[in-house]
Design a protein around this ligand. Structure first.
Ligand SMILES: *[C@@H]1O[C@H](CO)[C@@H](O)[C@H](O)[C@H]1NC(C)=O
Ligand SMILES: *[C@@H]1O[C@H](CO)[C@@H](O)[C@H](O)[C@H]1NC(C)=O
Ligand SMILES: *[C@@H]1O[C@H](CO)[C@@H](O)[C@H](O)[C@H]1NC(C)=O
Length: 464
């Protein structure tokens, strides 16, 4: 049976790509393939063996109207079944497995004073099982699951969280750093800040658009930099690993060849990706100039005494700049962008600060379960090239790419997506000479999808 599906997959791949540009091309020998998951979406065991409550436990137990009335209490039960997961990884033949640590499993209150040994054992066992099977652990410290006690003191808009995250990061390096050589501090901070503290759709559900979301980002960027410097000073010489940051964005394609639409698409990329990338990856550091300028002007027109976008001091710009060993890029979708008149002055918001129109080409395929995931394979190549040029040719790892679908075993749409997207990554490497070193499929398991739960109920989220 297994063999049948293997050949089915290979043959359908070949049939589909007979005329394709990339069937005869090969990935470089040292290129790495992996798959990813996150703690809340797979572990379950939400209150077992000393794990504390985190903001997704709290939020989904309270059943907000935006969510599916399901939760990650059990999820894929990976807390108990991690050895089966490792067997799946081995069967897939991946080079690495990207997973996240649950902060509130390791530190049940979020604070560093009480370490939960059962959690340490769990992650050590997982890491050992991976290494026994020659699979490298790629570890994310924060994939959205803030310990609830840290939300109780304000969550990410509170700058004190820089130090609490730094304590947690130092502990993780000390506990696991002999075996973990690839670290990522934060996964998709835009989702945490814009959806959690801006739109208020994701946990913790605060709608403070254009204010709380910017404060959240400010803390997370500083917390990342502090963790990077801790690794650099206290661990790197012993452990010889690498550390980075993972940002997500769709590709934003200009709606036409006009200069205005090109400018609008670039602005949208700066507000979506540059917001987090510029302070860390850009040679000049700091937030993108277009964000600083536009938010300052709009804040003034709105009657604020200073910009809603917090400022980094010159020392902070220097401290944050260059805190990466590679660039982690998550992407799965594409949108077109048109220029428009600036949105009228009213309630502050990230979308109004950006002021563009986004739309899609009606001929493009979309995911059958999340229509916001729009499929246009060459878009990943364009995005990779934009990132390469904008941030001075960093080493890039695609830390997530994939599409949700209902194909079950006859997974033709997903086979198409993955082969075409991987093919376009390959073209970026071979034809455009971009330094992409790894490609990660989201995800290993059919896992718990935040507001959507386990069944595909589509909630019309804004701004994806
Ligand atoms: C985007 O701009 C192009 C060129 O100006 C125009 O043809 C098109 O209708 C616009 N689309 C939307 C959705 O605004
Ligand atoms: C698989 O899906 C494709 C496209 O949806 C369809 O044409 C084909 O008949 C399906 N094959 C099987 C064995 O169900
Ligand atoms: C849409 O997806 C199918 C495979 O599911 C593929 O054959 C087709 O070429 C795609 N169409 C476009 C416009 O990309």
């Amino acid at each position: 049976m297994k063999l049948f599906w293997y050949y089915y997959l290979v043959i359908s791949f070949l049939l589909r790509n007979t005329n394709s540009e990339f069937t005869t091309k090969r990935f470089p020998k040292n290129f790495l393939f992996g798959v990813a998951t996150s703690a809340y979406q797979i572990e379950g065991a939400w209150n077992e063996d000393g794990k504390g409550e985190n903001i997704w436990d709290r939020y989904l137990h309270e059943k907000p109207s935006t969510a599916s009335f399901q939760n990650g209490d059990i999820a894929c039960d990976s807390y108990h079944k991690y050895l089966e997961d490792v067997q799946l990884l081995k069967y897939l033949g991946v080079n690495y497995y990207r997973f996240s640590l649950s902060w509130s499993r390791i530190l049940s209150t979020g604070y560093v004073n009480k370490v939960n040994q059962a959690a340490v054992d769990y992650y050590k066992n997982l890491i050992n099982a991976l290494k026994e099977n020659k699979i490298e652990p790629f570890v994310t410290l924060y994939h959205w699951d803030l310990p609830q006690p840290l939300q109780d003191i304000g969550g990410w808009p509170n700058p004190l969280l820089v130090d609490h995250f730094a304590d947690y990061a130092r502990l993780a390096f000390a506990l696991f750093g002999d075996d973990v050589k690839n670290w990522m501090t934060f996964n998709e901070p835009k989702q945490t800040c814009q959806y959690g503290y801006g739109y208020g759709l994701f946990s913790p559900g605060y709608a403070s658009d254009g204010i709380g979301s910017y404060l959240c980002a400010h803390t997370i960027i500083k917390a990342h930099a502090k963790a990077y410097h801790i690794y650099d000073k206290e661990f790197r010489s012993q452990q010889n690993g690498r550390i980075s940051f993972v940002i997500d964005t769709p590709w934003y394609e200009p709606g036409s060849d006009s200069d205005q639409d090109k400018e609008a698409a670039e602005r949208k990329l700066q507000f979506s990706f540059g917001w987090y990338a510029n302070p860390i990856y850009h040679p000049d550091g700091n937030y993108p100039q277009v964000m600083r300028d536009r938010i300052a002007v709009r804040s003034k027109q709105e009657g604020f005494s200073k910009s809603r976008l917090p400022e980094f001091t010159p020392d902070e710009v220097e401290y944050i700049k260059g805190t990466y060993d590679f660039l982690g890029l998550n992407t799965c979708s594409v949108h077109l962008v048109n220029w428009t008149e600036d949105y009228p002055i009213g309630n502050p918001s990230w979308d109004a600060d950006t002021s563009v129109i986004t739309f899609v080409d009606p001929t493009w395929n979309v995911s059958s379960v999340i229509p916001d995931v729009v499929i246009e394979p060459s878009s990943i190549r364009k995005l990779i090239n934009w990132v390469d040029q904008t941030y001075n040719h960093p080493e890039i790892i695609i830390t997530e790419n994939g599409v949700p679908d209902e194909g079950d075993l006859n997974d033709t749409a997903r086979i198409y997506y993955l082969s075409e997207y991987m093919g376009n990554v390959l073209l970026a490497i071979l034809e455009d000479n971009v330094n992409v070193m790894g490609y990660t499929i989201w995800s290993l398991l059919d896992n718990f999808e935040w507001l959507m739960g386990y069944q595909y109920v589509y909630f019309n989220l804004i701004g994806m």
